[in-house]
Design a protein around this ligand. Structure first.
Ligand code: AKB
Length: 315
């Protein structure tokens, strides 16, 4: 049975992934860590330790003392925050990653860290973006993600660390709000649909980005980590997407349940420029072929579930 250390466990992915990992592997087998400590079930429902990922010594000690054999490194700043604070993003995103990889190397741990559609840039093919293609991002977040992919592959080829990763699209969830991302509008739109039956989008009409519902993202992480390593041609990181959508598609999907729902637009130039530098729709076929990636939620099924969960569980 795995013994897993999760960094950034109180974040958008971490809070749901930690709960799922505890269900699958047992609460005692998942050590959640985060720079903050709150009264969340992540802190009270199993082992928890405060950890600043730039503190390599503490990360190593926690992993060693708890006899960890798997590290899931999630702590990072998202794209819009990284663009506002580029040096902090470099230090936290890259410093944290190097520390986590070094810990994994020294303790012979399996390793996962998410990459992103943000690893692509304006010269990348926008449609059916291939697994292996031009990667010249123009954002600090993208620079971090490409560097992180290369570094993770380096730790695999040079040191034999079993590193694996996914290029996540915008992740949509109802448990924990994302913060500082470009795709956050696709989460906010559901919260505002419930609260005010309207939404002002900071991303312009016709701007396509890939998206995925959180339950599919959690399955993808667990399935990739459980996959037979000898079958993996790629490692860091796999394209994965469930849908490609623009704000007006979310509007239409919500109108099926709330016919009077409306969006208007007040475009934020910074986040719009980031979105325009990313692909419209990536091709996930390498993930399908190498480890059987699949999704259960398309836009309409996700919308029905999001609205239902927000109405029943968040009230
Ligand atoms: C962001 O918008 O920064 C993230 C991502 C796509 O990596 N959600």
């Amino acid at each position: 049975m795995k013994k897993i250390l999760v960094t950034g466990a109180l974040g958008q992915i971490g809070s749901e992934l930690t709960t799922r990992l505890r269900e699958v592997y047992g609460a005692d087998h998942v050590l959640a860590t985060d720079i903050r400590e709150t009264d969340s079930p992540i802190v009270t429902g199993g082992p928890f330790a405060q950890l600043d990922v730039t503190d390599e010594k503490r990360m190593f000690e926690l992993a060693k003392t708890n006899k960890v054999d798997t590290i899931i490194h999630l702590a990072a700043l998202l794209s819009a925050t990284a663009e506002a604070k580029p040096l902090l993003a470099w230090n936290l995103n890259m410093g944290g990653l190097v520390n986590a990889l070094e810990t994994a190397r020294e303790l012979d741990c399996q390793f996962f860290t998410p990459s992103s559609i943000g690893a692509f840039g304006p010269s990348t093919p926008k449609k059916s973006t291939p697994q292996d293609t031009i990667m010249r991002p123009t954002t600090m977040y993208g620079v971090n993600k490409v560097s992180g992919e290369l570094l993770s592959d380096y730790y695999f080829t040079k040191f034999g660390v079993d590193t694996r990763g996914l290029r996540f699209p915008g992740l949509i969830s109802y448990e924990t709000l994302p913060g500082g991302g470009t795709t956050d509008y696709a989460v906010e739109i559901y919260y505002e649909a419930i609260k005010q039956n309207r939404y002002t989008s900071y991303i312009g009409e016709g701007t396509f980005m890939d998206m995925m519902y959180m339950p599919d993202a959690l399955d993808a992480i667990i399935n990739l980590m459980e996959a037979d390593g000898s079958k993996l041609i790629h490692r860091n990181s796999f394209n994965v997407s469930a849908m490609s959508a623009a704000p007006e598609h979310f509007e239409k999907a919500i109108q099926v349940h709330q016919p009077d729902f409306k969006i208007d637009y007040q475009v934020d130039p910074v986040r719009q420029a980031i979105a325009e530098s990313w692909p419209d729709a990536i091709d996930s076929s390498a993930a399908v072929e190498e480890w059987g990636f699949s999704c259960s939620y398309d836009l309409s099924k996700m919308t029905a579930d999001m609205l239902h969960k927000l109405k029943t569980e968040k009230r």
